[in-house]
Ligand binder design. Structure first.
Ligand code: F6R
Ligand code: MG
Ligand code: MG
Length: 364
């Protein structure tokens, strides 16, 4: 049976500031998706949040880019925005960049990660959702999961994974894509995806064509042409039985790597794995957070979730993240804590340069 798993998210308003979602918003989204399930539009759903981002996790049989599903998500975000405005939540409707829906959410602001696949007899999936960072944050963990034998033992041990995987990489600046294979092209893959602000892994396939992972790749600032917040990406990964085991999918998050985002979308900081309960950026609007919800999908029903990154085995990663946060914060406004000027969302540098334009003298 072919099913589609759609994860669609938007920041429609924060409580308090950009730190979390208000329970009334989650309740309203829940109500809207429950109605859609009763109508038969959805097979199942789960509503959650990470920081100020509302997450709609949905299963259905309408395929990827379905107008009906995208419209459902859009309408839900519009209704939640109305509620957010009533409550005076911060930045209400910040990710809804366009006020009319024209068939698809592409370029409208919300982030979308969808995959259609033949459901296996047992279908474990992990849905990762991050706040205060950008889609390139998934590059390092995805590489480790699907191409690094020091992280994923199955690449060496499991004959079904031994041939490796294919990476669909998007150039979000030039709007083009390329498919490269591991292990054959690992150095080329790394040459590209190490540049996290430009090249992002969109999909990973097993060599026989089976879809294994998909990410959201919106860059809001590129859509809007001005700063409208970080993209706070999501990612879906299928696990087990010829794919990385659940523990291999989670393993990369034991290292809280540095990502772009954090305060004002303009600072590097550690990506801290945490439980849903702790997905509430606070210190310096962060540090950036990632949650991972595990589901078994059966006949398109979402059995779960389990709060995978809330597990004790990630306690040390959290401490390491907090230590790294201290270390990075000590740099104050200096690079590389603050992003380079071309990557900075809130750049006042051009204004400073302009202000002193006439005072700058040539160096002889
Ligand atoms: C980063 C983020 C926050 C805000 C910051 C300032 O993605 O959402 O760090 O950038 O709180 O917000 P404004 O400009 O709305 O006062
Ligand atoms: Mg916000
Ligand atoms: Mg956010």
């Amino acid at each position: 049976m072919k099913i589609t798993l759609s994860v669609i998210k938007a920041d429609i308003g924060g409580f308090v500031g950009h730190s979390a979602s208000h329970p009334a918003i989650l309740k309203l989204a829940e109500k809207e998706l429950a109605k859609a399930k009763r109508r038969g539009t959805l097979s199942d759903y789960h509503v959650t949040s990470v920081g100020d981002d509302l997450q709609l996790i949905m299963t259905h049989k309408k395929g990827e880019n379905s107008k009906i599903i995208h419209k459902l998500a859009y309408d839900t975000f519009v209704k939640c925005t109305k509620k957010a405005k009533e409550l005076g939540l911060y930045g209400a409707g910040q990710d809804l960049l366009k006020s009319t829906f024209s068939g698809n959410l592409k370029g409208m602001g919300p982030g979308v990660a969808e995959m259609e696949f033949e459901e296996r007899p047992s279908e474990p999936v992990i849905i990762f959702m991050a706040d205060k960072t950008e889609p390139g944050a998934w590059n390092l963990p995805l590489y480790k999961m699907f191409a690094d034998p020091f992280s994923t033992a199955g690449l060496v041990i499991d004959p079904h994974m031994h041939d490796g995987f294919k990476f669909e990489i998007h150039d979000v600046i030039k709007h083009r894509k390329i498919i490269l294979s591991s292990p054959e092209h690992i150095y080329d893959i790394l040459a590209l995806i190490g540049q996290t602000g430009r090249y992002v892994i969109k999909r990973v396939y097993r060599k026989d064509g089976l879809i294994a992972a998909v990410t959201s790749t919106t860059r809001l600032n590129l859509i809007a042409g001005k700063y409208v917040g970080k993209d706070d990406p999501v990612m879906v990964v299928r696990a087990q039985h010829g794919l990385p085991a659940v523990g291999e999918v989670l393993e990369p998050f034991s290292f809280p790597h540095l990502v772009a985002g954090w305060m004002r979308g303009s600072h590097h900081g550690p990506l801290m794995p945490c439980s849903v309960k702790d997905a509430t950026p606070a210190r310096f609007d962060g540090p950036p957070r990632v949650i991972g919800l595990g589901f078994q999908i059966k006949k398109a029903k979402l059995i779960g979730p389990r709060d995978m990154l809330g597990d004790k085995s990630f306690d040390r990663a959290r401490w390491e993240a907090l230590r790294a946060a201290d270390y990075m914060r000590k740099h104050g406004p200096f690079e590389p804590h603050r992003l380079g000027a071309d990557e900075m969302e809130y750049t006042t540098l051009p204004l400073v340069e302009k202000k002193f334009e006439s005072k700058f003298k040539p160096i002889k």
